[in-house]
Write a protein that binds this ligand. Structure first.
Ligand code: HEC
Ligand code: HEC
Length: 342
């Protein structure tokens, strides 16, 4: 009698365990087949995914990313708004640039971490590559307000930069030009990737996520967040916004998306580092951002429990930032055009 009983107990436990294992692996498989992808671990695959940046360009681009002299005022660098110490963003609703101008459309600075995984750059997706994008903010009047000529003149007056451009682009006759400034900055940005526990999970190490994070992942897939937030970056494509109802902060700023009303789907990696949220930076908490996504993108009211588990899942996307040694920049010379500010 006892034997039979024991047999039942044992088989019950074994079946139970198998079910747990099967459920865990099936969620991981479900995530992969829904289009969620880990940052590749294999070096060759990783280089392919980030476009094989040349190490010399990366080093030069790092200097330029932090160099305020490529702005008209001599005060603003890419890092001013895309602060690598603060999630690659600036923590304010709308970007503040040249002469303290607030972005005229009240646009929020997206993070530069993992921006290499965007298929389109900018809230309206107007640039396809980081190389094309980098030329924009240097010239834009509310950002760095510098003409390409001024940038080239400033950098050309600094012998160490002249030398470094020569070494970085050895085949070119006049390597210190505006295109190469953008190319180098983009090469550096390509390296700003942040592997997280979620990547480990997708690669098969299922114990790295907590119970509530796993629950959140399953809600993320089942409710349909994954339709728009997929790929390596969990975003970065163009989609309508709002799909259902009215975005309750639509009156902040005048941004309406691209010519078809599409908006770049925010990357969700490190989202816990980069409040406030959405194109106009109107939302300060992930709980509210997630609820709005339910209402405006899926036409559903998420329960408190669903919101909590989704937010827990979003925290698992917080990644390890690359170690960046703050670069020591070469000094200006008597020929360097002075900061131009009122
Ligand atoms: C004054 C603040 C400011 C400065 C300075 C600035 N940016 Fe930005 N950046 C923004 C804002 C705001 C956006 C979104 C603008 C839009 O969509 O029209 C943006 C968008 C981007 C994007 C697109 C990311 C995405 O997810 O769509 C990248 C990449 C980027 N900036 C890189 C740079 C680089 C490189 C520099 C320096 C050359 C720079 N930015 C300087 C504020 C700034
Ligand atoms: C139909 C496509 C779509 C669906 C479905 C969707 N999103 Fe989004 N998501 C977007 C777009 C587009 C944006 C950018 C909106 C904006 O800033 O104006 C965005 C932005 C976000 C942001 C803010 C990103 C940032 O950088 O500010 C979060 C967080 C987010 N979504 C989470 C979710 C979650 C969680 C779900 C599921 C409950 C979800 N989304 C469903 C398209 C979608």
């Amino acid at each position: 009698m006892f034997r039979i009983f024991k047999f039942f107990i044992v088989s019950f436990v074994v079946v139970g365990l198998l079910a747990v294992v099967a459920e865990a692996s099936s969620l991981r498989e479900k995530a992969l087949s829904a289009g969620l992808k880990p940052i590749p671990k294999d070096k060759i695959e990783l280089m392919k995914a980030i476009g094989n940046p040349d190490p010399k360009s990366v080093e030069l681009g790092k200097k330029l990313f932090f160099d305020t002299r490529i702005s008209k005022s001599g005060r603003i660098s890419c890092n001013t708004c895309h602060d690598l110490a603060q999630g690659g963003a600036d923590g304010v609703p709308a970007a503040v640039g040249h002469e303290w101008a607030v972005n005229p459309h009240h646009l929020n600075s997206p993070t530069v971490y993992n921006s290499v995984f965007n298929s389109k750059q900018m809230w309206d997706g107007r640039f396809g590559t980081l190389e094309d994008q980098a030329k924009g903010p240097i010239q834009a009047s509310p950002e760095m307000a510098a003409s390409p000529e001024l940038v080239v003149e400033r950098l050309s007056s600094i012998p160490a930069y002249v030398q470094e451009f020569k070494e970085t682009f050895p085949k070119e006759k006049e390597p210190l030009n505006f295109d190469n400034v953008a190319r180098a900055i983009a090469a550096f940005e390509r390296t700003l990737i942040t592997p997280s526990r979620f990547d480990k999970y997708l690669r098969g190490d299922e114990d790295v996520l907590t119970k509530s994070e796993v629950k959140g992942l399953s809600v993320f897939i089942d409710k349909g967040c994954v339709q728009c937030h997929s790929g390596i970056g969990l975003g970065g494509i163009m989609r309508p916004f709002p799909v259902t109802g009215t975005y309750k902060y639509k009156n902040i700023g005048d941004f309406k998306g691209d010519s078809s009303g599409l908006v770049k789907v925010g990357l969700l990696r490190n989202i816990s580092n980069t409040a406030p949220y959405f194109h106009n930076g109107a939302v300060w908490t992930l709980e509210e951002a997630v609820r709005i996504m339910g209402q405006n993108q899926l036409g559903i009211e998420l329960s408190d429990k669903e919101v909590d588990s989704l937010v827990a899942f979003l925290f698992s996307l917080e990644g390890e930032k690359p170690v960046i040694i703050y670069p020591v920049l070469p000094s200006s010379t008597s020929k360097t055009p002075r900061p131009d500010i009122k």
